[in-house]
Design a protein around this ligand. Structure first.
Ligand code: OAD
Ligand code: ZN
Length: 246
């Protein structure tokens, strides 16, 4: 579909939907300087997930895992929400958007002002005690790795979902509810290959919603979307915002 036709289609979908949900991935934060996982320059090109993002890796070498997370926490804490994050937050205020479901762990949607944010994969600036379960907000990367719990002395772990782990139950339930009840889903900046998250656009579509994809690259989802916008997140959302508001 040509650029203009896809944009017109997306606007038409949004104008005819009473409940719109955004489903976001690492691509929306790449414009904030946070590296994505896949694609050129992606983290999984340089690092091996089985050494850094699994419970087994953490058991084997918590220091190594924490060093990598400390580096990523530093990047996240110095990043600012992008125009795309801010437009989604404003659309929620204007009641054009019911909420955001995100695979991102960077907290940028909330920092941009989004209120209903379903975090499927946890939050990188939060740690959780492997002993007593207490959760700890990190205002800076831990100075000593691996950090330990102030209450019980056990190892803290990043409060994110690792490969092989299940998603937080409440978040997943809410994500499924939003996805199966929306009329349109904006799928922004995700390669749509990590399950169960990648199931959500399919759940939405099966329940009758239209899908708008915002991604400069084609994905495995592309052939099933109604309006593919081959642009970066901020460019696409500002183009939509301009037409919708004008
Ligand atoms: P990926 O890194 O797999 O995909 C990022 C997507 O963003 C790619 O399809 C890019 O083409 C696209 N992209 C790049 N720049 C963009 C831009 N400016 N605007 C819009 N899109 C852009 O990220 P996710 O799909 O989020 O899991 O990855 C899913 C999960 O895999 C992550 O949550 C993480 C990872 O392993 C956990 O942490 C559990
Ligand atoms: Zn503890």
């Amino acid at each position: 579909m040509a650029y203009d036709a896809a944009l017109r289609k997306a606007v038409d979908i949004l104008q005819n939907s009473s409940s719109v949900v955004a489903f976001t991935g690492a691509g929306i934060s790449s414009e904030a300087g946070i590296p994505t996982f896949r694609g050129s320059g992606g983290l999984w090109e340089r690092f091996r997930p089985e050494e850094l993002a699994t419970p087994e890796a953490f058991e084997r070498d918590p220091e190594r895992v924490w060093r990598w997370y400390a580096w990523r926490i530093g990047i996240v804490l110095s990043a600012e929400p992008t125009l795309a994050h801010r437009i989604l937050a404003r659309w929620e205020d204007e009641e054009l958007l019911a909420g955001v479901i995100t695979q991102n762990v960077d907290g940028l949607h909330q920092r941009a002002g989004s209120r209903r944010v379903v975090e499927l994969h946890g939050r990188i600036t939060r740690a959780r005690c492997t002993g007593c379960g207490r959760s700890v907000e990190l205002e800076a990367p831990p100075e000593e790795v691996p950090p330990r719990c102030g209450a019980c002395g056990s190892l803290l772990r990043p409060d994110v979902v690792w490969f092989g782990e299940s998603l937080p139950e409440d978040a997943w339930r809410e994500a499924v509810e939003l996805s199966s009840s929306c009329d349109a889903m904006l799928v922004i900046g995700t390669s749509a290959v990590v399950y169960p998250a990648a199931q959500l656009p399919l759940i939405a579509k099966a329940a009758g919603a239209k899908l708008i994809e915002v991604n400069p690259e084609e994905t495995v989802l592309s052939r099933r979307v109604d309006a593919p916008l081959r642009m970066g997140a901020s460019e696409a959302l500002s183009a939509l915002d301009e037409i919708l508001g004008g």
